[in-house]
Ligand binder design. Structure first.
Ligand code: ADP
Length: 166
């Protein structure tokens, strides 16, 4: 527990791009789990990214309202960041069995690195279970409209990014 008795959570991920599934987890975590949620945008060395980390931070901020949520870029280990901000929990979303192995392993390793931090999982909402950032990128690169998965603002940002890169 943080000093002020505020329950602090961090929701970390690549968010490349952030999707309606991510925003749903953010809203539910804030409504039911923690007093303060910090969204942490991480560079994922195993994934090729469409947006830079700073661009993803800005996309999440813009979507949620700049003053309403803290969004940070992660530079280093998540457990170190969690300690620095005195977080009580790491929040993650679980879509399907396919997420489980990776999430289980990561939660286990984070717990070994720092036994004070708990990882809690929220099940993806039925409507959003099938949405993944990777598929959104693939569909957009093939010219599909992805607004239904990410909302129109982020859909536009993806289109501009792809047009600029071509
Ligand atoms: P990572 O690269 O760490 O997997 P992501 O940005 O893909 O990061 O996802 C961050 C977290 O959000 C993960 O716990 C992931 O399982 C979860 N997540 C991703 N997409 C959805 C979705 N559609 N609904 C619920 N949770 C999701």
């Amino acid at each position: 527990m943080s000093q002020t008795n505020q329950r602090v959570g961090i929701y970390a991920g690549s968010f490349d791009p952030p999707t309606l599934g991510h925003f749903d987890i953010i809203e539910r975590a804030r409504a039911k789990l923690v007093d303060k949620l910090i969204v942490v945008v991480a560079h994922n060395i195993n994934k090729s990214s469409l947006f830079t980390v700073q661009e993803r931070v800005d996309l999440v901020r813009k979507q949620l309202g700049k003053d309403k949520i803290e969004v940070c870029a992660l530079d280093g280990l998540l457990v170190d960041f969690a300690n620095k901000v005195r977080a009580d929990v790491i929040v993650r979303g679980l879509r399907a069995v396919s997420d489980f192995d990776y999430e289980f392993q990561m939660a286990g390793m984070n717990a070994k690195l720092d036994s004070n931090i708990e990882t809690v999982f929220l099940m993806a909402k039925e409507n959003y279970q099938f949405i993944s950032s990777r598929m959104v990128k693939e569909i957009a690169m093939l010219g599909g409209n992805v607004d239904v998965f990410v909302g129109s603002d982020i859909g536009s940002a993806i289109r501009s990014k792809l047009n600029n890169d071509c």
